[in-house]
Design a protein around this ligand. Structure first.
Ligand code: PHE
Ligand code: ZN
Ligand code: CA
Ligand code: ZN
Ligand code: ZN
Length: 286
């Protein structure tokens, strides 16, 4: 499976930081830093050959945006999706939450395009707006998909916070039954000598919008406000008794608030999942 470049991903994070810095310090829904982030991501994907859409919708904070990008190859009847939210809270630039997932998914999309992959299935990405206001963008997207289109989505993979400064390696546990993607993530990390824990994320991110339609979902997470235990520090390193991300939803969630080892492991997992599932044969069902 591919080696997704952590150097390139870090450069995308530098871009998100600079967008926030020049737009009042955040990338929050309804604020100019969110629109600037969406425009920038869309332009990168356009230049790489994706078919993109900027979907706008209204929220309590003003207009917000989803960027949808499809690789124009592969069977339109079997769609594999990956996504991440592109908005921050208004308190800060949101570099770990969720510049990290956005940059990682973007770099994976660019690597897929650069490899000119002959995809069996359709590959589509979603960069969601207004997750921080209650999964508004991802819900808007699924609610506006005709049911015939919903039925074609075989899998949705979500990445929200993947470079926490005191990282854990969590795999979402709150998935519908019969979903091999969750187990494939665990197997991938195990093969890389990274231990994982399952976590019930309680619908706290955008996969919940897909899951509520019965679409199989999976995802990873490096931890937020919860405290790392000594058992977790023993297997993952870092600091026991401290939060996975002490800057969660704060102004200090800046470009300094990242663990690049976590980021690199996580983006390679994204690549592994995308390369695997775009080739999966879904003709006889999931
Ligand atoms: N969605 C939460 C946020 O953006 C973070 C989170 C991600 C929590 C994944 C749990 C699992 O604030
Ligand atoms: Zn692989
Ligand atoms: Ca890598
Ligand atoms: Zn958040
Ligand atoms: Zn988040």
């Amino acid at each position: 499976s591919p080696d997704i470049s952590v150097t390139n991903t870090k450069a995308h994070l530098d871009q998100f930081q600079s967008i926030a810095t020049s737009n009042g310090g955040n990338r929050a829904a309804g604020r100019p830093g969110h629109k600037a982030s969406a425009d920038w991501v869309k332009a990168k994907l356009d230049a790489a050959g994706y078919t993109t859409t900027l979907q706008s919708f209204s929220t309590s904070a003003g207009t917000s945006y989803n960027v949808i990008a499809e690789w124009p190859h592969g069977d339109v009847n079997h769609v594999v999706m990956a996504g991440s939210h592109l908005d921050s809270v208004s308190a800060g630039p949101g570099i770990n939450d969720n510049g990290s997932g956005s940059a990682g998914v973007l770099e994976t999309a660019l690597a897929y395009a650069a490899g000119n992959e002959s995809s069996r299935n359709r590959l589509r990405f979603g960069f969601w707006g207004a997750e921080e206001l209650g999964l508004v963008g991802s819900r808007y997207y699924v609610n506006n998909l005709p049911s015939t289109e919903r039925d074609k989505i075989e899998l949705y993979l979500n990445f929200d916070m993947i470079a926490s400064p005191n990282p854990g390696y969590f795999v979402y546990d709150d998935n519908p039954a019969g979903n091999g993607a969750r187990d494939d993530l665990v197997a991938y990390f195990t093969q890389q000598n990274v231990q994982t824990e399952f976590i019930d994320v309680q619908g706290r991110s955008d996969h919940a919008a897909f899951r509520s339609l019965g679409i199989p979902t999976a995802g990873t997470f490096s931890g937020a406000e919860e405290t790392k235990t000594s058992a977790q520090a023993a297997k993952w390193g870092g600091t026991a008794g401290q939060a996975f991300d002490r800057c969660y939803h704060r102004s200090c969630d800046t470009i300094s608030n990242l663990d690049l080892t976590s980021l690199d492991r996580q983006i390679d997992a994204i690549g592994h999942m995308i390369w695997t599932y775009t080739q999966k044969d879904y003709t006889d069902g999931p």
